[in-house]
Design a binder for this molecule. Structure first.
Ligand SMILES: [Zn+2]
Length: 486
């Protein structure tokens, strides 16, 4: 099995230290709802976890939660809630999203606020060895104390400094030195430390937690490509300087970024799609197929069209895997072992999930063909379900999509104009309800009134506007009923 290692810039044979793979993935800062970028990263590392288990490894998986950070402090202040309340709300929301996406829980989720003692211990060790220094109540890592700073991002210290993108700080010996401990500012939460009241920096958190829960050397450390520098570069500097052991991580894995309309999806650009929004429209299997249909190191472009195609793909696989059609010609089954082999070859090649999914679609096509010819396909279907499990697909029917209440209210405002034009009474604007059931009752009765007046054009307009909102009308002998449709 080969894995691309960001550190070497090459695919390398995967040789973990022992039969238990030690895996660490940087977790969230819970100050807001998680978005599709988070879904991409955690689905990918979930599949890597699943595949390692499929290959017979035991895996210990740790993911941190950064529950103290500038973003949390600022947002809690703006909302007038406590930092711990805010962190709890969005940590719960994060787990809800992960469960809905069928992402397996890590073994440990250490929280920064609960690991301050370990963090202080690591910082003290770094000061003792000359890799860090205290200044005005803060502590900084001395990048000049190590010869290989920049080895993960493949940059030299000189080029970083001359690049100009450096933190300003009079207290620092070198502009690239980074904070391990931040002196408390007025009104901020603080912990007591040998350097006075303060709080931990972000980078040191991951070094301390991985050390505590996984030991000096990790097999796999994952995260998004946006974490390579400075976060992961700094983790290496801290951990290797503290333990004196190299490498801190055997295989560094980084996933690509999600894009929307040609730009990176990010909070600062305001083009985020939250996981909850996406799950309101698409099933978990569709979102997983969307993420896994590209290589994990490539950028992933989000669009309604691609997600709709993924939903159709999920439906095709689901029907094939769950179908019970029994062939009569027992013993003349199709050769499904070759598909299993192809799937494994693809996954062994740096987790080529795109190829693995393509193989599953080919397999589903042949299963359907074999079943049409009356061949035995039960075992092949079972294999398809097994492979789907490796990618975390559940094959459960997705729940119908949420209906956009605002658009339904807009539709009623349009209907009002048509009612007036047809000489009928309009619906008073203050009587427009807020729930789907009552809104649909009004839409249906208005459409009925328009039909009674033989206003077919308006009645048809209502029907087609509803289709766009994933609602279909069916005229039955008992009247018109409506249904949500995928
Ligand atoms: Zn981290």
């Amino acid at each position: 099995m080969k894995i691309y290692n960001t550190l070497s810039g090459q695919k390398e044979e995967f040789l973990p230290q022992g039969d238990e793979v030690k895996m660490y993935v940087c977790g969230v800062t819970p100050y807001d709802d998680s978005h599709i970028g988070h879904a991409m990263s955690y689905i990918i590392f979930d599949v890597i976890w699943r595949y390692l288990r499929f290959k017979g490894y035991r895996v210990k998986y740790v993911q941190n939660i950064t529950d103290i950070d500038d973003k949390l402090i600022n947002r809690a202040e703006r909302l007038g809630v406590s930092i711990s309340e805010l962190a709890k709300k969005f940590t719960d929301s994060y787990f809800e999203d992960m469960d809905a996406l069928n992402i397996n829980r890590a073994d440990v989720y250490p929280r920064a606020t609960e690991e301050v003692a370990k963090i202080i211990e690591v910082i003290e060790g770094l000061i003792e060895k000359g890799h860090a220094y205290a200044a005005s109540g803060s502590v900084y890592f001395r990048v000049n104390s190590i010869p290989d700073y920049g080895k993960l991002s493949h940059r030299s210290l000189e080029s970083m400094v001359s690049g100009g993108n450096v933190e300003i700080g009079k207290e620092k010996e070198n502009p690239m030195d980074f904070a391990l401990w931040k002196a408390a500012k007025p009104g901020e939460p603080w912990w007591q430390s040998p350097w006075g009241k303060g709080r931990p920096g972000w980078h040191i958190e991951c070094s301390a937690m991985s050390l505590k829960y996984l030991g000096d050397t990790l097999d796999i450390h994952g995260g998004g490509q946006d974490l390579v520098f400075p976060h992961h570069e700094n983790e290496i500097a801290q951990s290797e300087s503290f333990t004196g052991k190299k490498p801190f991580v055997k295989y560094w894995l980084h996933n690509g970024m999600v894009q929307l309309g040609g730009e990176k999806m990010s909070k600062s650009l305001g083009n985020l799609i939250t996981i909850k929004e996406a799950l309101g429209k698409y099933g978990a299997d569709a979102i997983r197929i969307f993420v896994l249909s590209s290589h994990y190191r490539s950028p992933l472009t989000y669009s309604e069209e691609v997600l709709e195609a993924a939903e159709k793909g999920a439906e095709r696989l689901r029907q094939t895997a769950r179908s019970e059609g029994k062939g009569e010609k027992v013993g003349e089954g199709m050769d499904f072992e070759s598909y299993r082999q192809k799937f494994i070859e693809a996954m062994d090649d740096d987790f080529n999930t795109a190829q693995a999914i393509a193989t599953m679609f080919d397999m589903a096509r042949e299963i359907n063909r074999s079943a049409d010819e009356g061949l035995e396909a039960g075992e092949a279907r079972a294999t398809l379900r097994e492979l789907a499990g490796v990618l975390g697909l559940t094959f459960e029917e997705p729940k119908p999509p949420d209906i956009d209440i605002e658009s339904l209210q807009q539709l009623l405002i349009s209907i009002n104009q048509w009612l007036l034009l047809a000489g009928l009474n309009e619906i008073p604007v203050d009587k427009i309800p807020n729930d789907v059931e009552s809104l649909m009752e009004l839409v249906s009765s208005s459409r009925g009134a328009l039909r009674d007046k033989e206003q077919w054009e308006y009645a048809d307009k209502i029907r087609s506007r509803l289709v766009k909102l994933k609602i279909v009308l069916e005229d039955t002998p008992k009247g018109t009923v409506w249904k949500r449709k995928r």
